[in-house]
Design a protein around this ligand. Structure first.
Ligand code: MN
Length: 375
């Protein structure tokens, strides 16, 4: 079987347990996110700034050991810069856009000083991965409680060498949404530094009053909740396009990770229809059709979706990327080659190279080129 190589538009670092105790004063470290797994490995509780969220671990990561116990599977290189490259080589993954893991929960922090200090601590640690290998394109965590703190960290992150900024799909609770003018300095800072605005789906701030981040219960709840996580990236992109962010910042690029890809052409059509058919109510008017911004400024990564390749080959969206979600247990670790072959064996070489390698390389031109597929 030919070994395929792909870039990943969706991967994660796994923060060490002592990241915050080593880098922050004890009073702050105690309020930063941390995870505790139940003894049977079935549940995880996240503690963040006085809030607790308990969730069931995804089944895909469960293995049964020789004595019949359920154990938690983890990729060997999940916590190690060098071993991680061994894992990637084995899987056929070249470069990765790498998000935090526990750091994603920073979107539930409500204290601006804590969030700014915690984000800086994550970034000072994450940039060491990128310095270790150019195959790691790490996303800087951006404190979003105030636009001023966001701009300051974007500029600091760019100085450290980051090429991408991690944004939760919705701003923290109580802060104006992405279509508000308050974010204008943030879009300017991204545009001026060239950092890619990288949204990872499922990162809305959790509200302690909701059911631990799960919004549907009863029959089908697990599927419905997973489905619900899909929409956040589409909403974020729509808000940016409709409010004219790309009119004002035509070089700004956005990535939506883990949310599939076929939504792109669909959302583009809906935005255009609104823009055209409801034009008398449309403020602001845009220089170009909404779909043109989506097709040019927005990128997306998918992992298993069978229809995603057609978003490029049949619908013409060139900015479709693949993503592994390494080392998360719902990702492709252990079956990446099988997944890539199933997705791409019947796809024409140019389209296949564009999705597996090219769209990512266009966003991050500093990354060395991925190897050719190996017969
Ligand atoms: Mn992911």
């Amino acid at each position: 079987m030919t070994k395929l190589w792909a870039n990943s538009g969706d991967s994660h670092l796994v923060e060490p347990d002592d990241l915050f105790t080593e880098s922050l004063p004890a009073a702050l470290a105690a309020r930063m996110p941390r995870s505790e797994k139940s003894d049977d490995g079935q549940f995880e509780t996240i503690f963040v700034d006085g809030q607790e969220f308990r969730r069931r671990m995804p089944k895909a990561g469960m293995l049964t050991d020789e004595e019949g116990r359920t154990v938690f599977e983890r990729a060997p290189g999940a916590n190690d810069k060098a071993l991680r490259l061994v894992d990637l080589d084995g899987e056929g993954i070249w470069a990765e856009l790498v998000y935090p893991s526990i750091g994603i929960w920073t979107s539930s922090i409500q204290d601006p000083d804590l969030l700014a200090a915690g984000s800086a601590a994550i970034n000072d640690w994450a940039i060491e991965y990128q310095r270790f290998s150019p195959r790691y394109v790490c996303t800087a965590t951006i404190p979003l409680l105030t636009p001023e703190s966001a701009v300051a960290e974007i500029e600091r992150a760019a100085g450290l060498g980051f090429k991408a900024a991690y944004f939760s799909v919705a701003p923290p609770n109580g802060v104006d949404d992405w279509n508000s003018a308050v974010w204008e300095p943030v879009w300017s800072a991204l545009s001026e530094t060239g950092l890619v605005c990288s949204y990872h789906i499922g990162t809305e701030p959790h509200d302690a009053s909701s059911f631990n981040g799960a919004y549907f219960r009863g029959p089908g709840g697990a599927i419905l909740n997973y489905m619900e996580t899909t929409y956040g990236g589409q909403r974020a992109v729509s808000k940016m396009i409709a409010s004219g962010v790309f009119d004002r910042h035509p070089s700004l690029k956005v990535m939506v990770s883990e949310g599939g890809a076929t939504w792109g052409p669909f959302v583009a059509d809906r935005l255009d229809e609104a823009y055209r058919q409801h034009s008398s109510m449309v403020r602001p008017q845009l220089r170009r059709l909404p779909s043109e911004y989506l097709y040019e400024n927005v990128y997306a990564s998918f992992q298993h979706d069978r229809s995603a390749v057609a978003a490029m080959t049949a619908m013409g969206w060139q900015n479709v990327c693949w993503g592994s979600d390494y080392p998360h247990i719902e990702g492709t670790f252990g079956h990446t080659q099988k997944t890539l072959h199933e997705l791409f064996d019947d796809v024409a070489p140019d389209a296949r190279r564009r999705i597996m390698v090219g769209a990512f390389a266009e966003l991050f031109p500093h990354v060395p080129e991925a190897p050719a597929d190996e017969a």
